[in-house]
Design a protein around this ligand. Sequence first.
Ligand code: T6T
Length: 331
Amino acid sequence: MERRSVFKAMAATGLAAAVGVAVGGVARAQDKKYTIALIPGLTTDAFYITMRKGAQAAADALGVELVFQGAPDFNPVTQVPVLDAVIARAPSAILIAPTDKTQLVEPLRKANDAGIPVITVDTFIGTGKYQTGAGDADFPLSYVASDNVLGGRMAARALANAIGGKGKVYVSNVKPGISTTDQREEGFKAEIAENFKDIEVLETQYNDNDANKAASQLQAVFARNADLKGVFGANLFSALGAGNGVQQAGQTGAIKVVAFDAPTSIVDNINTGLVDVAIAQHPAEIGYFGLVSAYAHLTGQSIPVSIGTGFTIIDKANVSDPNVARYIYSD
Ligand code: T6T
């Protein structure tokens, strides 16, 4: 295929599909010149299901075959064999949400050594600073994701506001080593330390991405701290579980919940007052621009080393606005 701007190619493929004829040299959907693999953190998470939709929309526009292959849980032990299987199929490029910033470095280096371009989506490996010449974990071409430190700071401000600027709170988190959730916690704690001196942040509770564990932990923290005022759920399962824990403890509205991520259950949880604020990421945008970036690279364009995607803050006042509700994830 001739080298051309990815946006021109997208417009042309759309036209070719519409009229059902070949346009000089443009790969149409049926040609499927490139196969791009998307390896999520886990397959059953609404966040990655929504990311897949965005990637598929870009793949359809560009005439690319998208392969979505992942593990049933968020764990390097199960993700690495999936990655190995994908590498063996020699796709044109790999988009991956690495489940650990250290443990995925060597497995991903195998893809890079085999000449398969790697772009990380949502999470990163190493420091997340790619193509620096450092030679460690800087080989991925690009990182497409939310600004997770900023997201953590946004959550801290929302929770501080909900509890009136004072009292005890804690972070319900997945496990150390995941770039996204580590950065959210870091941003959350930095914002509280810098701007909310009357808020005490208790020890983080790690739930291994298990909402039931997060719910039990909420109740245990509350049992030790009857004056607990709030919790920040640093991802979908942490927030869901912490919210369920608040409800089971009969503390709806008394212990404030700020949730990262926006599964469909968030609508009810906001409307009933269980969750004060949800910070929706834009996973479809991550998938779309991840795929477009891979395609741009494959067709000879240089691509940004990082692409930042947005957030939508959802609360009771705007949850039924269609312009906001469109950011609620797909099941
Ligand atoms: O919060 C997202 C994602 O950004 C994170 O890396 C892992 O957890 C989620 O998939 C939500 O479950």
